[in-house]
Unconditional design. Structure first.
Length: 362
C-alpha cells in the first residue's frame, strides 16, 4: 500500500519512545522476518521488536499499521489503515497526530490544530448572561472550578489540578458509557463540565439558541483538544500543552503552558524540563516566561512586546522568586528580559512544537 504523505516521516518515527506505545497508535513498520503464523520481528523506528501482524506480509514489506495490542512480549498490529484519510492530511497534521499517539483522523487533526490558537473567554462571555437554567448551571460548575490568580503559588498549585479534573479530563470512559453506550445502571454523576455539556446537548438542544449551541460546542471542542494535548505524547521527550482560564476579582484571563521534559518512567521529569508560560494580564498585557530547569538550577527569561514595561517590576519579581525558590531548594542562575521577537521559538513551543535541541536530559 503506497501512501503519498508517508515518505518524509522516517526521521520523526525514529524519535518515538517505544515504551509509550498505545493501542490505536499508527506507525510505519518494516518486516525483518516472519513465519507462517504471521509472527516475527519488525523494525519500528529503527529498533527490532517482536510482533504479530494481522495481515499477509513478507520480509522487506514496509507499511503503516495500527497497534491493536501492546505488552512486554511484543505487539499485535493491524494493516487496515484508511489511505484516503491519510492523504487528506497535511504533513504538519500527520506529524502532530503521530506525536500525540492518535489515529490518522482528519477530525482529530482539526481539534488538535484549533486548540493551539483557541481561547475559552469568548465562549465564556457569551454565556455569562444566559437565562437558560441549564446554561446557568453549567456556568456555575465552570466558574467555581477556575483557579484564583491571586491565590496561586508554589504551595497552592492543587487549584490547577482541580480545574482540569472539573473539566472532565479524567473520567472520559464513564462519560462515554453514560451518554453513548448501551450499558445500563451506570454509576455516574455528571459533575464535570464536559458531562454537563453533553447532558445539555442531549436533553435540551431544542431549547438552546443558536449562539448558545455554538458557545457550548466551542467549549466542548476546547476540552477535547485539552484531553489530547495533556498527554505526554510518543517522542523520546515528553511534551504537554495546557490552557488555563484564570479568574481575579470577576475578570477572566487566558493562560497557556507548554512543558517538555525527559521521561521518568511514565511521568515527566520535573528536574529536567523546559516550561513556557504566557498570560494575558489586565495591566501589563501579554506576558511570557521561558523557564529552563536542570536539576536544581533555574534560568528564567521574561518576555513582553515592550520590555521597558517589565523593568519596574523585575526587581520585585527577583525578591518574590528568591523567597519562593528557597522553599524548593532550587537556585535561580539568571533572570533575563527580552521581547517576544527576540525569542521566536517561544511561540512555536506554545504551539505544539517540541524543541528537539533543548537539553532536558537527566
Amino acid at each position: 500500500m503506497q501512501i503519498n504523505n508517508a515518505g518524509f516521516l522516517n526521521p520523526i518515527v525514529q524519535d518515538i519512545d517505544l515504551t509509550q506505545l498505545k493501542v490505536g497508535q499508527q506507525l510505519e513498520v518494516e518486516i525483518l522476518s516472519t513465519d507462517a503464523d504471521q509472527e516475527g520481528i519488525i523494525s519500528l523506528g529503527g529498533k527490532p521488536m517482536r510482533a504479530k501482524i494481522e495481515a499477509q506480509v513478507q520480509t522487506g514489506d514496509r507499511f503503516w499499521a495500527a497497534i491493536k495490542e501492546a505488552g512486554a512480549n511484543g505487539i499485535v498490529l493491524s494493516r487496515d489503515i484508511n489511505a484516503s484519510s491519510l492523504n487528506s492530511l497535511s504533513k504538519e497534521q500527520i506529524i502532530t497526530l503521530i506525536d500525540r499517539g492518535v489515529g490518522f483522523d482528519p477530525r482529530i487533526a482539526e481539534v488538535l490544530t484549533s486548540f493551539v490558537t483557541s481561547e475559552t473567554t469568548p465562549a465564556l462571555f457569551s454565556m455569562l448572561n444566559s437565562n437558560n437554567p441549564q446554561i446557568r448551571s453549567l456556568m456555575s460548575v465552570l466558574l467555581s472550578a477556575l483557579p484564583d490568580w491571586s491565590k496561586l503559588n508554589s504551595q497552592n498549585y492543587t487549584q490547577i489540578i482541580k480545574y482540569f479534573s472539573a473539566l472532565g479530563l479524567e473520567n472520559e470512559k464513564s462519560v462515554y458509557d453514560a451518554f453513548f453506550s448501551n450499558k445500563k445502571d451506570i454509576d455516574f454523576n455528571p459533575q464535570s463540565v464536559k458531562a454537563n455539556i453533553l447532558k445539555i446537548t442531549q436533553d435540551q438542544s431544542d431549547k438552546l439558541s443558536k449562539e448558545e449551541r455554538a458557545a457550548i460546542g466551542d467549549i466542548l471542542k476546547e476540552i477535547t483538544g485539552q484531553q489530547l494535548w495533556a498527554q505526554s505524547g510518543t517522542r523520546k521527550n515528553a511534551y504537554s500543552l495546557l490552557h488555563l482560564l484564570l479568574q481575579d476579582q470577576g475578570e477572566y484571563f487566558n493562560c497557556k503552558i507548554a512543558l517538555e521534559s525527559s521521561r521518568k518512567g511514565k511521568r515527566m521529569d520535573p528536574e529536567h524540563c523546559h516550561i513556557a508560560l504566557q498570560v494575558d494580564t489586565p495591566n501589563l498585557g501579554k506576558v511570557g516566561a521561558d523557564i529552563m530547569l536542570y536539576e536544581n538550577k533555574v534560568n528564567v527569561c521574561l518576555l513582553h512586546e515592550d520590555i521597558e514595561v517589565l523593568r519596574p517590576v523585575i526587581q520585585e519579581l527577583r525578591q518574590d522568586s528568591n523567597a519562593n525558590i528557597q522553599m524548593t531548594r532550587l537556585q535561580i542562575e539568571k533572570i533575563t528580559l527580552k521581547s517576544f521577537q527576540e525569542l521566536p521559538y517561544f511561540q512555536k513551543f506554545l504551539s505544539g512544537k517540541q524543541q528537539s535541541g533543548v537539553d532536558v536530559k537527566g
